[in-house]
Design a protein around this ligand. Structure first.
Ligand code: BGC
Length: 712
């Protein structure tokens, strides 16, 4: 028989027919192996050091792939293709979270750029580097609405807002998957962590999450719904316990919502060990029961729990898992492999590292993203951009940092490619300034021996750039912090500089909003650079010199104090608008969502719209002219919020519904448009996800303007 006579091997036949043909040929054991994921290669992620799978069966469904080139993949794939009865290719996955080798800023920082096309371009770069290196599937984007900066994983999210997570998440799906996942530069995306993981109690990782059905539907599910509509091929079930039923055993979210309501046909993989953890969560008696609960709830593939490979055969024999449930999970796994074209192209062409990595356009995109994601938080008396001819002191542990600038999940980023701040600043100013550098202190510890010298040099300098923040390993998974202030030694360094410097600029590199209230008060200017990936050095230097006009805006609120947490803009109204505030300090955050300064100024004109009376089903435009009234060109992000004065279900005081970033040249006026869809933007969901539009008044806020509409 020629290969094309076997239906599943014939590429001209529709995928669903190929899937069913292949499934009909599989034994129970072969089916079970398809829905397991092991690892291959050296795992450099501390939390996931599992037992290296030495003897990987040729029938394995998927592997997490750690090398940077395709050689090992191809060897393993050959084993699967040649040594298994049916020759089913393996699906190779990897956590490419903000770049594979060309490392972009952490996702939270990228969200602060509000530049969705640029973000999508970055995901394309990641996809190209992955696919050419032997990776078919990334466990990204993370679209967990994150409102507690004590939770280390806020670094991986797009911040506190559901719409922002939905928008960046869909862009990631488009960027990774391209027009067609089977092309040689695209990979499958994985939406994670489904669902509500970001609601972790008190910011602790892996813990219980109390999420009402209403919040599930209005806050945590919307990003997933939008990204499923964008065509995401896979999802990952999360670690958290949703109000009593852990996510990875939650039939309501995994099957009733995702499959039945949204019609998702792709693959659901568990998070690492999430099936086994159902035992720790008191949901399952043992690993066997955990496997039974997870698969029956809708987790198709088991990542590293070894529940499915160990117990499924018995569970099927005992009638605890039906053949149709097992078959459906296998079907979903196979479908992704067909969509990726793995049956036709199981091997990755071998290429030179320089042809795959750090291509000029990739580097350019990462540089632009580093520049656009930084947020200017303070600039008293226009101390920035710096004047020429100054004596500049650069100090602080971040100033000569390399690896720490990559943040968590640094992929295969290499320290040698990272721009150091002190060197970049020196380079930026060249002979236009006298730049000196002293480290001052480490990220933590108690060694203050250099402080005397710091004091002396601070007196010498006209301005001191103090670069402080978090080590890369302080945020990300399993990195909850009860105290998110700067470590004592770094606060002492700032105090030491302040005591003798004429002017103080703070540059912060961190993976979460921190408590910086006292330090900001001491500084003349503050730049939040986040963990910027490879090219933060030249971006900060460009902002200091004025070559770059900062345009980032916060995607997550900066609390004034630890006691305010959680604090986020989308809260519901209080029963007493005039009372209930903290008695001992302000109830306002230090910096709200959407905040960020520019070197130019913008004036918002009067918004225009055809009519203020609308009805369900209507679509119309609101246009606002914005003028650059300052002395230089600048990028402005316009945020459009909706606010419903009252209704049968109360809503957040304001909800972001649209944003757009555009360049406005000095003196020019540019129109920004919100294409309103009444059902989508003025409507709301109830606790079962039913969308409704309620007659009555509704407001749109944009900048300092507001418009009132009446829904008839
Ligand atoms: C993380 C996931 C990640 C997975 C695979 C887990 O510990 O929670 O986000 O994709 O490991 O590395």
């Amino acid at each position: 028989m020629k290969p094309n006579d076997v239906l599943y091997k014939n590429p001209s036949i529709p995928i669903d027919i190929r899937v069913n043909d292949l499934l009909s040929r599989m034994t129970l054991k072969e089916k079970i192996m398809q829905i397991n994921q092991y690892t291959l290669g050296t795992n450099n992620i501390e939390n996931n050091k599992g037992v290296e799978v030495k003897q990987i069966p040729a029938e394995i469904g998927s592997l997490i792939y750690f090398p940077t080139d395709p050689e090992l993949r191809n060897r393993m794939q050959r084993h699967a293709m040649n040594d298994s009865r049916l020759g089913i290719p393996i699906l190779f996955g990897y956590d490419c979270i903000h770049g594979f080798r060309t490392i972009f800023p952490i996702p939270l920082a990228q969200a602060c750029s509000w530049n969705v096309p640029l973000f999508e371009k970055g995901c394309r770069v990641a996809a190209q580097e992955c696919r050419m290196s032997g990776v078919d599937w990334t466990f990204s984007p993370m679209i967990d609405v994150s409102r507690d900066p004590r939770w280390g994983r806020v670094a991986e999210s797009f911040g506190e807002d559901p719409y922002a997570n939905a928008t960046f998440g869909s862009a990631a799906v488009r960027g990774y998957q391209g027009r067609n996942m089977s092309d040689s530069l695209s990979i499958a995306a994985c939406l994670k962590h489904y669902v509500g993981y970001g609601a972790s109690e008190a910011g602790r990782d892996y813990v219980y999450t109390e999420i009402s059905r209403q919040s599930l539907w209005d806050t945590y599910l919307p990003p997933f719904e939008k990204c499923v509509q964008a065509g995401a091929a896979t999802l990952m079930s999360s670690f958290n316990n949703i109000s009593g039923i852990p996510s990875s055993a939650n039939h309501y979210t995994l099957t009733e919502v995702l499959r039945k309501k949204w019609g998702f046909r792709g693959l659901m993989v568990s998070d690492w060990g999430a099936v086994e953890q159902l035992v720790h969560q008191n949901m399952a008696r043992d690993l066997k029961e955990a496997g039974q609960l997870a698969l029956n709830a809708g987790v198709d593939m088991d990542m590293m729990s070894h529940a499915y490979d160990t117990y499924l055969e018995t569970l099927v024999d005992e009638g605890k898992i039906s053949t149709s449930t097992l078959d459906e999970a296998v079907r979903r796994t196979l479908r992704v492999k067909f969509q990726l074209g793995l049956f036709e192209h199981p091997y990755t062409p071998v290429s030179k590292a320089e042809d795959r990595f750090l291509r000029p356009q990739s580097v350019a995109a990462a540089r632009q993203m580093a520049a656009e994601s930084m947020v200017l938080l303070k600039n008293e008396h226009q101390v920035l951009p710096l004047k020429q001819g100054l004596k500049i002191l650069v100090t602080g542990p971040v100033a000569d940092a390399t690896h720490d600038l990559l943040g968590c999940w640094w992929g295969h980023g290499e320290d040698g490619d990272i721009e150091k701040l002190n060197e970049s600043i020196q380079k930026e100013f060249g002979s236009q300034a006298e730049v000196r550098y002293i480290k001052g202190c480490d990220f933590d510890g108690t060694d203050e021996r250099q402080f005397k010298q710091v004091e002396k040099l601070s007196r010498w300098a006209d301005i001191v750039i103090t670069c402080v923040g978090e080590k890369g390993s302080w945020s990300g998974e399993n990195n909850s912090h009860a105290d998110i202030a700067l470590p004592t030694i770094q606060r002492h360094l700032i105090q030491c500089v302040k005591a003798s410097a004429k002017q103080l600029v703070l540059v912060l590199a961190n993976g979460r909003p921190m408590i910086i209230t006292d330090e900001v008060a001491m500084a003349d200017a503050v730049i939040e650079m986040w963990q910027p990936g490879l090219y933060g050095g030249s971006a900060v230097a460009g902002i200091l010199s004025g070559r770059i006009n900062p345009s980032g805006r916060l995607a997550m609120t900066f609390p004034y104090s630890q006691g305010q947490i959680p604090i986020y803009y989308g809260r519901r109204h209080s029963a007493r608008p005039h009372q209930g505030f903290y008695k001992d300090q302000t109830s306002e955050p230090l910096y709200p969502f959407g905040y960020g300064l520019s070197y130019t100024t913008f004036a918002y004109g009067e918004p225009k719209t055809a009519s203020h009376e609308v009805k369900a089903g209507d679509k119309f435009d609101v246009i606002i002219p914005i003028t650059n009234t300052g002395q230089r060109d600048g990028l402005e992000t316009v945020f459009w919020y909706v606010s419903d004065p009252y209704g049968k279900i109360t809503r957040p005081a304001q909800e972001l519904k649209h944003f757009e970033k555009k360049l406005i040249k000095k003196g020019e006026t540019v129109d920004f448009v919100f294409h309103v869809n009444v059902n989508r933007d003025f409507g709301y969901v109830d606790s079962e996800g039913k969308r409704f539009v309620e007659p009555g008044d509704i407001m749109i806020f944009v900048g300092d303007k507001k418009l009132k509409f009446t829904i008839k």
